[in-house]
Design a protein around this ligand. Structure first.
Ligand SMILES: [Cu+2]
Length: 486
């Protein structure tokens, strides 16, 4: 269908170009110049300007009627103020829009060029300058003052007894955290992020879990590095060379061994032997034993089925990975060893935090203070029905307060849509699955909310909401959307 429309447009353009060529040819045949324009031409163009203005206004008003509504009534306290601010601004814009465009088109139509009419020319008019400077300044000042006032009310401090909820964004989903019975969020640290602790909440268990996980990863990479076939073979060759006399005197290996043996007998017999030589000799023996032991080990490892073959680049990448993992482990250990002392509440208050995915609930009529965090890139928490939006920035917690005023059930009745749900969306294009980065919001009575929150587990992300599944689901949706649009 789209292709067909495109084809019609292209063919139409080609036809227009051809027609204009024919027209030019016919003009030159009649012996007229192209730039000779009659008064009738000008009058026609003036009339067309007026006709366009009417069509322009008609389509504008039609768009306004069809798409001008915000979709839902504002479902939060400040949402009413936001809509009022928006309506106020739009009213001013509409008035200016109609005045300016009417003047533009009407002047073009009325004052089309006529040979017997001359335009008046003046250099300066103070009154005119004043009018178009002072009026816009005053209107802009009013818009800004009113906007700032509304903004300050919206973003001011939340009250002490506000419910606090953290919304955590990452590519490509949302996680909500409630502070639990102590009303206090636990500290979070990205070094502690594991599949079961998606927010990296700091607790003794969280630190232990992160350490266990990192130890497993380190062991795995160390194994891969240790069992690399090329490096094992090289090590064996060098040990053998050293044992067989080494130092480039391979041919004298046996002689050397023999004299060594003699020497050792001698050392045991003769108590007057120089002590330094004795020590050096012992070191040498130990070293040799170590080499032999390692040779055995290497041979053993080479026969094991853990042996892998890596290119030099892949081997170096493994070494890099090991380095990073070791650093990561060190950071986790630093968290564990940190002397929290007076900070003990912050350290352990995460233990009763409640982490939820998929949907989160809020009681109606109670002020909520959102704290936003991001793991990877800038996202934007957008709740259109509450007229609420705030960027989430990695490393910088942001805040926003709001009071929901209409429950999900009431809104379903108002909209006569039993399937309606409030939604939290991402409103920054943050990557491939951005379109599907959303979370359901349920507004309900305090009693229903209390029942829901008491069912939520503490700290650990609920089973069955792990990431691979989510990603698969969104990829599936993506392919469906692509199919649908074709
Ligand atoms: Cu996003």
């Amino acid at each position: 269908m789209k292709l067909l429309i495109l084809l019609v447009v292209v063919l139409g353009l080609v036809a227009a170009v051809q027609l204009s060529k024919v027209y030019q040819l016919s003009i030159s045949l009649r012996g007229k110049r192209e730039e000779d324009i009659s008064e009738a031409d000008n009058r026609l163009n003036g009339g067309l300007f007026l006709a366009f203005m009417v069509a322009f206004y008609a389509s504008f008003i039609w768009l306004l009627v069809k798409y001008g509504s915000y979709g839902t009534p504002p479902a939060s306290e400040h949402g009413v103020a936001v809509d009022r601010l928006m309506d106020f601004n739009m009213a001013i814009i509409f008035v200016v829009f109609f005045i300016v465009n009417t003047l533009l088109f009407w002047f073009s139509a009325k004052y089309y060029h006529r040979a017997d009419r001359k335009a008046r020319f003046f250099v300066h008019d103070t009154r005119l300058e004043l009018v178009w400077t002072v009026i816009p300044s005053v209107v802009l000042a009013i818009i800004i003052a009113y906007g700032l006032q509304t903004w300050n009310e919206m973003t001011g401090e939340a009250s002490e007894d506000a419910l606090r909820v953290e919304l955590y964004s990452k590519q490509f989903d949302w996680t909500a955290r409630y502070p639990g019975s102590d009303g206090e969020f636990g500290q979070a640290n990205y070094n502690l992020i594991t599949p079961m602790n998606a927010l990296g909440i700091v607790t003794a268990d969280g630190v232990d879990a992160a350490l266990t996980e990192i130890e497993e990863k380190i062991a795995k990479v160390e194994n891969e590095i240790n069992y690399e076939k090329g490096h094992l073979l090289a090590e064996r060759a060098s040990i053998e060379e050293e044992l067989n006399g080494g130092h480039g005197h391979g041919g004298h290996g046996h002689d050397h061994d023999h004299s060594d043996h003699d020497h050792s007998d001698h050392a045991h017999d003769d108590h007057g032997h120089d002590e330094h030589a004795d020590e050096a000799h012992d070191d040498h023996e130990t070293h040799k034993h170590a080499l032999e032991a390692r040779l055995l080990e290497v041979n053993h490892m080479l026969e094991s089925d853990k042996v892998i073959i890596l290119t030099e680049a892949a081997f170096e990448a493994k070494e890099d990975k090991l380095y990073r993992l070791l650093r990561h482990r060190q950071r986790i250990q630093e968290i564990r060893n940190f002397d929290f002392d007076s900070e003990l509440t912050a350290w352990e208050s995460g233990a009763d935090d409640q982490v939820v995915k998929g949907e989160f609930h809020l009681p109606v009529g109670r002020e909520v203070e959102f704290v936003f965090r991001s793991r990877d890139v800038i996202h934007s928490a957008y709740m259109p029905q509450f007229r609420a939006q705030m960027n989430t920035v990695p490393g910088v917690p942001t805040r926003f307060k709001m009071t929901p005023t209409i429950t999900t059930d009431s809104m379903r009745m108002v909209l006569e849509n039993p399937d309606f749900d409030y939604v939290l969306l991402c409103n920054k294009v943050c990557g491939a699955a951005h379109f599907n980065m959303q979370m359901k919001v349920v507004i309900e009575s305090q009693e229903s909310y209390d029942a829901w929150i008491s069912e939520q587990g503490e700290f650990i992300v609920k089973e069955g909401s792990d990431e691979p599944e989510m990603e698969q689901a969104s990829a599936q949706k993506e392919s469906q959307t692509i199919t649908a649009s074709l």
